[in-house]
Design a protein around this ligand. Structure first.
Ligand code: DGL
Length: 259
């Protein structure tokens, strides 16, 4: 393949819905000359309570769509989908695939009192990948996990400031506050949309960590290694696709502006 053509091809970014937009924002900042096609699988969200097999099927469908659009690399901008599907995706698709996992390692390093909290989906918290993360990086640290059931659905509807959303956040942050966590991992890409509410609930002394910027740096590194960076002086072009209802496009644009 001619590197000049490959370099100008877009990067495909996928999530169960709008959550991966919080990652896409970091990607566009880190890689201002790259083009991106974002696919929100909103008709099938949330992934967090679905079987790994079902999530794998959806990820293969999304990857097929993005590859057919000419993607030179894929970012699975979803912790739940990464846990369920990153290995089969990498085995099947011959292009660089970047995944993401909850930031347990940086949180353990940042914590002063060695108590960290992890907010994530049920699927992520129950995955073998998460168990392996805890085994590698959770030594000597108390890790308090909390599945945020129902939160993704509200963010998918754009209800960031709705009293019910804030009520859920208060409920889910409570065990982490009670345990004295001084560092909290936002282990689902939807949650940075409500970061300000979480910070207000847990207080200014608690550090919130997500993996968006680390994923962006990793993508840059991998594209550079493979000779796939866009060397033209282009500005980001973004294309938003969704399996969701017509109003999802509007919600995506409204949420994008909040980032
Ligand atoms: N945004 C996703 C994540 O990072 C999944 C949300 C869901 O569909 O449950 O885990």
């Amino acid at each position: 393949m001619c590197p000049a053509i490959a370099g100008s091809a877009p990067v495909g970014v996928m999530d169960s819905g709008v959550g991966g937009l919080t990652v896409l924002k970091h990607l566009t900042r880190q890689l201002p000359h790259e083009h991106f096609i974002y696919f929100a699988d909103s008709a099938y969200a949330p992934y967090g309570n679905q079987s790994a097999v079902k999530i794998q099927q959806r990820c293969f469908t999304l990857a097929d769509i993005l590859v057919a659009q000419g993607a030179k690399a894929l970012v699975v901008a979803c912790n739940t989908a990464t846990a369920a599907a990153i290995s089969p995706l990498r085995e099947h698709f011959p292009l660089p695939i970047i995944g993401m996992e909850p930031a347990v390692k940086p949180a353990a390093a940042a914590s002063k009192n060695n108590v960290i909290g992890v907010l994530a989906t049920t699927g992520t918290l129950q995955s073998a990948q998460f168990a392996a993360l805890l085994e590698h990086y959770g030594n000597g640290v108390q890790v308090v996990t909390q599945a945020c059931v129902g939160l993704v659905e509200r963010i998918e509807q754009g209800l960031l400031d709705h009293p019910e959303t804030i009520g859920l956040l208060q409920t889910y942050c409570q065990p982490l506050i009670a345990a004295g966590a001084d560092t909290i991992v936002l282990g689902c890409t939807h949650y940075p949309f409500v970061r300000h509410h979480i910070q207000q609930i847990v207080g200014p002394g608690v550090t919130l960590i997500d993996t968006g910027s680390a994923v962006a740096k990793r993508l840059q590194q991998v594209l550079a290694e493979k000779g796939l960076l866009n060397n033209a002086n282009d500005q980001n072009q973004l294309q938003f696709l969704t399996s969701g209802a017509e109003e999802t496009q509007g919600i995506m644009r409204q949420l994008w502006k909040t980032l």
